[in-house]
Design a protein. Sequence first.
Length: 253
Amino acid sequence: MRFRVLGALEIPLGVRPVRGGNQRGVLALLLLRHNSVVATGELLGALWPGNRPRTARKMLQNAVCGLRGALAAEAATPDSPLLLTHPPGYLLRVAEDDLDLVRFRRLVQRGRAELAAGEALTAAGSLWAAAALWRGPALADLPMSRDWPEVAGLRQEFLSTMEDWAVAELCAGGHRLVADELEPLVRAEPLRERLCVLLMQALYAAGRQADALAAGRRSRIALADRLGLRPGPELRDTELAILRHELPPLPGR
């Protein structure tokens, strides 16, 4: 892998440094939509979501020109990255093996297929390998990307992957590891009930009944305070089962 977006933006060693904020923003969005056309209007909106400068279109053209020069610094091969003008915008051609996002999604797909086939231990390994590709929030060094729907979607993909990993790991008996990994995630995402349910099950299986119930209570409070909602049936059933000293079935997708 050469381009990385699952964390701070990283580019191949053979590519000339891309330092300007506009150039890095254009490159980041084109990588998220690799091998697809991104309209000029979408790029302008991503770079300047608020008040757009009068020279925005020219600034975008300059950023694209600079990126082309940086990418051209790499030896020309059939798989070399190439930035193309493709109405109504631009397309970044990049080999799929050169992008960590593609590798992540392939591992997730493999892990889910293994889990569906009943190969829990193998699935846990594939899903853990996928999650390990993340070095922090996607494009963490680009403040402009925080409101991009693509970045929000990647966060959901990561959390869903961690949930599926937890299911596989719990099926394989790794409840202590699941508890350790999910506790900080659930504190950061208290509204995500499936994640909380899996943590509660892991804590209970690890002999930490009080901590399991406390996790459920925190999610209850967050749901009520932030959304005015009651917890769903999976969380309620898990709480009740733990109070009865019964381990409930793992949640579905």
